[in-house]
Design a protein around this ligand. Structure first.
Ligand code: ADP
Ligand code: MG
Length: 730
């Protein structure tokens, strides 16, 4: 029997808090369950009888688990999740002085949370604040056990009164439909009859840091911004690589076990945990799931992590770059396409026919990056991720694809039509199609690539650790769906003409190889040469978020969203505004936090120590004078007062210290001025421009001076916990 995180069997507690298909099968009448399966699996329309029956069973199940309230759980554009609890309460119509627990099908399907304060990017004015949440039956409802009563959470989409998309989930769900339809179209060309859906599968590896709460609580930057804005390089960082895959400390393991226990109950299939490269950096990876479920689960994972970390005296940091000088955190999104026959369409096949099909899906992925690399870049842009992208530890800000040596070779050979000089093992002459045998590439993977093909899936490595995966995955799905349609159309046209399907496909694949060459890059993405080469290949380069966000509104880049009905122009425009607003607000808050920390902690510490040095130097000078005066009287003191008594270095240090204090004081004044300038600018794009051109360099300069002072100030005077305290807490 599972009693708690100290003692449990995974298979017994898995899904204990989810109203999943197993529970539904058990609780629903057979016919209703069958109908529900059709809704989830085949996209059939939901009727009100089914909704009522599901609502009733869901309520009974939730009440038995101690739920008092329910909420439509949704993902507004803040990147977080939102909930507004309603009690299961209604006056009994037969006995109006008593209340009963009630929950109807219509309450399950839709709710109107008002929700006028969520970002809408201008799509909704406050006077027509209505936003609706609509049940997503494809993601199981779950129970959050908290406080005195549990809460039934119903995964939902969030839309405006006029049907405009206001959340992260709706575009993801639409993109999943789009890629399923496009993939099925291709599969049908290859003769498939049985496949009725293709699922975008995602496994998100989540990196994070744990800081000790007792030190983190004394840092305003960690509390407000979730990352440090100041802090000198610790004497030891990650250079020894002794943390990576190291043995997990008891205190951390305790946290991980409770954290995973909570997740497993919510059906999050936690699989892997390990120490990461930077000190006190960790990773958790669940088994991959269908994209929208993986997205819901990743949101739950991030929330649960923060909550359980607190119980263990930690602060979980999900920011992309919580500490300078050590690696930042990403969220590698592993992505593939799996059909209802259980085949992974990105898995190289065993027969030439299968391989031909594999190549079509592979080329569609390359075409997606070639055509919509800018949009993919925009989908992962955030103030936090800017610190990571392009640094020598994370994928660069340029979208390219790594395929590995063998696949690259095969594509080159198909393109050139030469098949002779391929080695036996990786190549098989198949007569008609002359198609190389493609097997899983065993070569080492390229960790510097933002999008790496890893044998049977793509790893989108540029996604930031704090980001919702919904938008990056929605963009990837949409871009690949568009490419699949394009390839299918070309294959159809050519086959009609030539009457030879295989030859037509090879022709189309060949053209696609030629057309997508510029996004293939096998080298070191961190190198300076790549930056130059990418520019020469005219790949979209965006060095920061404001530059990246412009791709949202570039019609060439966003055509896969508009063309497939994922988001319309107005919805894209609103997202563009929301992203700018979020970027600006994030940095404005960081700027305000830094000003406060410099004024109230760093400079007061520095002035205190400056006073100590001043008085120390002053007394040394006074002592020398006294000795000089006395030396005439006392011969013994004569030598002590001689020129050996050199206090110049002390004076020099004082000057240097006082100089740095003045410099920081001036920097603080400048930061205040810039802050006013930014506050007074109303235009979002101009505001972002001020941030990039003025605020960020000024913040960096102030930081350099503050960090210098930290390294030379008496630790008793320095009130701010240091990196060593934050990173090496045991
Ligand atoms: P790594 O060597 O990068 O750790 P893993 O095989 O452990 O690779 O996978 C990392 C993540 O990728 C996990 O979340 C895993 O479930 C997911 N993953 C594995 N296969 C697929 C697939 N076909 N599609 C999507 N995600 C996958
Ligand atoms: Mg990986």
């Amino acid at each position: 029997m599972a009693t708690g995180p100290e003692n449990f069997k995974i298979s017994e507690i898995f899904g204990e808090c989810t109203f999943n298909l197993n529970v539904m099968k058990d609780k629903l009448p057979k016919q209703v369950f069958k109908k529900f399966l059709d809704i989830v699996e085949k996209g059939r329309k939901l009727d009100s009888d089914t909704a009522d029956a599901v609502a009733h069973a869901m309520k009974e199940w939730a009440l038995a688990k101690g739920a008092t309230h329910y909420t439509h759980w949704f993902q507004p554009m803040t990147g977080l999740t939102a909930e507004k609890h309603d009690a299961f309460i209604q006056f009994d119509s037969d006995d109006p002085i008593s209340v009963i627990e009630r929950f109807s099908g219509s309450q399950l399907i839709q709710s109107e949370p008002d929700a006028s304060s969520f970002p809408s990017g201008g799509m909704r004015s406050t006077f027509e604040a209505r936003g609706y949440t609509a049940w997503d039956p494809t993601s199981p409802a779950f129970i959050i056990e908290r406080g005195r009563g549990s809460i039934l959470c119903i995964p939902s989409a969030f839309i405006s009164y006029h049907g405009g998309v206001l959340d992260m989930k709706t575009p993801l769900l639409r993109s999943m439909e789009a890629i399923s339809a496009a993939a099925i179209r291709v599969l049908k060309l290859f003769g498939s009859k049985s496949v009725y859906r293709v699922k975008a599968a995602v496994g998100a590896e989540q990196e994070y840091f744990l800081a000790d709460e007792k030190f983190a609580d004394k840092r305003l930057d960690i509390k407000i911004c979730g990352r440090t804005l100041l802090g000198a390089r610790p004497v030891k960082g990650q250079e020894m690589e002794d943390h990576y895959f190291g043995s997990i400390k008891d205190r951390v393991l305790d946290f991980m076990q409770e954290f995973e226990f909570e997740l497993l109950k919510l059906s999050v299939p936690c699989k892997t945990r390990h120490n990461e490269v930077a000190p006190r950096q960790f990773e958790i990876a669940p088994i991959f799931e269908e994209a929208n479920i993986a997205a819901d689960h990743n949101q739950l994972l991030m929330e649960t992590m923060k909550r359980i970390a607190k119980k263990h005296g930690f602060v979980a940091l999900l920011a992309e770059k919580p500490f300078a000088y050590v690696n930042g955190s990403g969220k590698h999104c592993n992505w593939s396409l799996i059909d209802t026959d259980g085949n992974n369409l990105l898995e190289p096949g065993k027969t030439p026919e299968e391989n031909l099909q594999f190549l079509v899906f592979l080329m569609a992925s390359l075409m997606a990056v070639e055509k919509h690399g800018g949009l993919l870049r925009a989908s992962i842009a955030s103030a936090g991720n800017d610190h990571r992208l392009g640094a020598n530890e994370a994928p660069p800000a340029i979208m390219s694809v790594f395929l590995g040596e063998m696949l690259s070779k095969i594509l080159d050979q198909i393109e050139s039509g030469k098949v002779k000089d391929v080695n036996e093992k990786s190549f098989l002459d198949m007569g008609i199609s002359k198609l190389p045998k493609v097997s899983k590439d065993q070569t080492d993977r390229n960790r510097t690539s933002p999008l790496a093909f890893t044998g049977n899936k793509f790893e989108f490595r540029a996604v930031g650790s704090s980001s919702s995966i919904s938008i990056p995955v929605a963009v990837l799905n949409s871009a690949v769906a568009e490419a699949l349609h394009e390839l299918a159309s070309r294959i159809e046209t050519l086959t009609k003409k030539s009457k030879n399907f295989d030859a037509s496909v090879i022709e189309v694949v060949k053209a696609a190889i030629r057309g997508t060459k510029k996004v293939r890059f096998e080298g070191n993405n961190y190198s300076e040469q790549w930056l130059n080469e990418a520019a020469a290949r005219s790949l979209p380069i965006a060095r920061n978020t404001p530059e990246a966000l412009k791709f949202w509104i570039d019609p060439k880049q966003n055509s896969c969203l508009t063309g497939l009905g994922i988001l319309n122009e107005e919805e894209i425009e609103s997202r563009y505004h929301i992203c700018f607003e979020q970027y600006n607000k994030t940095i404005e808050i960081e700027l305000a936090t830094m000003i406060k920390m410099l004024s109230r902690q760093v400079l007061p510490s520095a002035y205190l120590y400056q006073k100590e040095i001043a008085s120390s130097v002053e007394s040394a000078v006074a002592l020398r004078e006294t000795l000089k005066d006395l030396s005439g009287i006392n011969a013994k003191l004569k030598s002590a007062a001689s020129e050996d008594f050199d206090i110049e270095p002390q004076v020099r240090f004082f000057k240097e210290y006082a100089g740095a204090v003045s410099k920081l004081q001036t920097a603080l004044e400048q930061l205040r001025g810039i802050k006013n300038e930014i506050t007074n600018e109303d235009d979002l794009v101009k505001k972002a421009d001020l941030i990039v051109k003025k605020a960020l360099p000024a913040m960096q300069a102030a930081r350099t001076t503050a960090d210098f002072l930290e390294t030379v100030t008496d630790s008793d005077c320095w009130s701010l916990p240091t990196y060593s305290e934050l990173l090496f807490w045991d």
